[in-house]
Design a protein around this ligand. Structure first.
Ligand code: UD1
Ligand code: CA
Length: 449
């Protein structure tokens, strides 16, 4: 395993026509960089250095992942070798091996990193990662002799014969730290892009007689994200991996291709996910739950044996206890449901706690916002909220209390009480027929047919 890691992550997504740092575009609901840093974390380097743009949000994202990460700034993107030299002050004299990861290449597997380490342990001084590309596009081409790497030629600088090569550079390189820093500093901007290419350390190393090798990985792992089309491809690779991983953990996906996962989705075994479900970031589902079709969940915890949906929306801060039911067209935000609580139809529950075994009737709304602040609604255990109750927060409904249908609740309801707040119904005998007759008699056109 490498001693140190450098993650190259500076620059905006020029070829994405984007002003944002490229590595902050998202896959599975989190920045591309977060995927790379998760892999880096697994490698447990002594020093992890992320090279980001001057004062951009990349360093913030890196530190959010792990406060021990060091950030080096590269104010002008003068190439991958130049970016490595920006990290040099953190590594000078530190010895060991350094692995360079690209912040736009999120799918490298741990086994692949091990294979690089193995080549290094076998005596190679510099090891690049290559892959056989079905569509080599603009990747750098590797000129090799077996596992010996002779040079890497960037697409922009390659002649037709070199462009015809299908062995491409994935961009990762493992080398002795001192060699890496020395050769990266020596890589000059003598190329079509006028950049300092990290790939040049291959030829520079060869010229010194160093053992430079290439180890290969699957094309899917090497996917580098430069364009919006690449980002879309990466999303589908991520989703395919996430679906397979879920199935391996005993999750039933009835229509896997229609279920969308986030990077951190955690679903226990024995959960059934029906078609067309979207998991945003921060979702945990306990075993035995069923997520019915067309539901959208983010930042929520679903307790065991609960049923969510169809067409439910769980927003951040939702915590459903065991055996709860949240049905169709129910939206829940920042609210807890006690064990067995139910809200099965057409309801908004926001900033609330619903007691164990309480039943929330159709059309109920927690009126949590007064235009300035949010307020909480508390519903006690085994309470029964009649259909179409408006709960004007802050308010508390006691244990085993009831509200009548169509009630607007503005004051607390004590335990065991029934609250009715609606005008009393009056029936006027025969009045409807009389009214209709009068209206028809005075109307110019008869629109009733
Ligand atoms: C690079 C490789 C190419 C390889 C491809 C694999 C070089 C010269 N080329 O090309 O051989 O096939 O990756 O995906 O290394 N970055 C910086 N500072 C810079 C320039 C880049 O931090 O000055 C970072 C970027 O944020 C990016 C990564 O380095 O995450 C790679 O840079 P990019 O410009 O995407 O290189 P490619 O042209 O894709
Ligand atoms: Ca790239």
């Amino acid at each position: 395993m490498p001693t140190h890691l450098i993650v190259l992550a500076a620059g905006t997504g020029t070829r994405m026509l984007s002003d944002r740092p490229k590595v902050l575009h998202e896959i599975g609901g989190v920045p591309i960089l977060a995927h790379v840093l998760a892999a880096a974390e697994a490698l447990d380097g002594e020093r992890v250095i992320v090279v980001g743009g001057d004062g951009d949000a990349v360093s913030e994202e890196a530190l959010k992942t792990d406060g021990r990460i060091r950030v080096a700034e590269q104010s002008e993107q003068r190439g991958t070798a130049h970016a490595v030299t920006m990290a040099a002050p953190e590594l000078d004299g530190k010895g060991g091996d350094t692995l360079v990861l690209l912040g736009d290449t999120p799918f490298i597997r741990p086994d692949t990193i091990s294979a690089l380490g193995k080549a290094r342990a076998d005596g190679a001084e510099i090891v690049f990662l290559g892959f056989e590309a079905s569509d080599p596009a603009r990747y750098g081409r590797i000129v090799s002799d077996g596992t010996t790497l002779l040079k890497i030629v960037e697409w922009k600088d390659a002649d037709d014969a070199t462009r015809a090569l299908t062995l491409c550079n994935a961009g990762l390189v493992l080398a002795g730290t001192a060699t890496l820093l020395r050769l990266a500093a020596a890589a000059g901007p003598k190329n079509a892009a006028g950049e300092h290419y990290l790939t040049d350390i291959a030829a520079l190393g060869r010229a010194e007689g160093l053992d430079v090798r290439v180890v290969t990985c699957a094309e899917e792992e090497a996917l580098g994200i430069n364009t919006c089309a690449d980002l879309a491809r990466a999303e589908s690779v991520f989703q395919a991996r996430a679906r397979n991983a879920a199935a391996d953990r005993g999750v039933t996906l009835q229509s896997p291709d229609t279920v969308h996962f986030a990077f951190d989705t955690r679903i226990d075994r024995n959960v059934v996910v029906e078609p067309n479900v979207v998991f945003g970031p921060g979702v945990v589902i306990e075993s035995g739950a069923r997520i019915r079709a067309f539901s959208h969940l983010e930042g929520c915890h679903v307790g065991r044996n609960s049923v969510v949906g169809p067409h439910a929306r769980l927003r951040p801060g939702t915590k459903l206890g065991a055996g709860t039911q949240v049905g169709n067209f129910v939206e829940v935000k920042n609210a807890e449901f006690g064990e067995g609580a139910q809200a099965k139809h057409l309801t908004y529950i926001g900033d609330a706690s619903i007691g164990r075994a309480a039943n929330v009737g159709a059309g109920t709304i927690t009126c949590n916002y007064d235009g300035v602040s949010k307020h909480r609604t508390e519903i006690g255990e085994k309470a029964f909220i009649g259909s179409s109750t408006m709960l004007v927060a802050p308010v508390r409904i006691g244990d085993e209390a009831m509200t009548a249908s169509g009630t607007v609740i503005t004051r607390n309801v004590p335990d065991g009480d029934l609250a009715i707040a609606r005008t009393r119904q009056k029936n006027k005998p025969g009045f409807a027929r009389k009214l209709l007759a009068r209206l028809r008699a005075t109307s110019d056109t008869d629109k009733a047919e």
